[in-house]
Ligand binder design. Sequence first.
Ligand SMILES: Cc1cc2nc3c(=O)[nH]c(=O)nc-3n(C[C@H](O)[C@H](O)[C@H](O)COP(=O)(O)O)c2cc1C
Length: 206
Amino acid sequence: MELYEAIYARRITRDFKDKTISDDIIEKIINAGLQAPTHDHLRNWEFVILQNKKDKEKALQFVKTGIAPTLDILKRTLVDGTPQQKMYAIAMPRQYSMLYNASHIILPFFKSNSSVMHPTSVSSLNPLASIWCVIENIFLASTAEGLACSMRIPVGEEGINVAKTVGAPDDYLLPCYIGIGYPADDKSEVEQVEYFAKQKMHFGKW
Ligand SMILES: Cc1cc2nc3c(=O)[nH]c(=O)nc-3n(C[C@H](O)[C@H](O)[C@H](O)COP(=O)(O)O)c2cc1C
């Protein structure tokens, strides 16, 4: 698949077929992630891959408790019925299933330091910014392979608890969970708010 085609086809997907991805493809996708730019040149990233049900259940046990705050957001946004609210209405009830039913869960970890959790400037967040470049590469590579990804940001203590469960060292943080699989034929489609570059470009001055 051509690069622009993958960029336009990529969508967060929350319904998957019951079909397993081969280890070779998972490795190819992680290798694409590893080509991302890195703030310290060192690519201090590690990936925990979960495939069997027991491992998935163990890692996802905190998702259920983490959903409560997001359901609050859902209730608040329900008031206006915008595309954002419609997205929440599809996404929130699927936070567990969109990961559990994916062929694989990828837990991407980045090496953190004290400035990430106590930032004094945008550059304090460089380790976090770098791992998000990795995550987007994973999304695009998955799309190019005819696959799709779900994604959840851990809330509150959820990320730390998951990291402990899978044995990650204390100085590695989990920015999100990634579910990866073959998209279901009847997957839920989220209405998009479309923007075009012409609306967003400011030549010379905002
Ligand atoms: C920083 C960030 C946090 C997100 N958190 C979640 C999440 O916790 N759960 C979820 O289902 N989707 C999450 N998403 C996915 C967004 O809902 C999705 O990207 C957005 O609705 C646009 O849809 P698209 O990615 O299919 O174009 C997140 C996306 C980003 C970039």
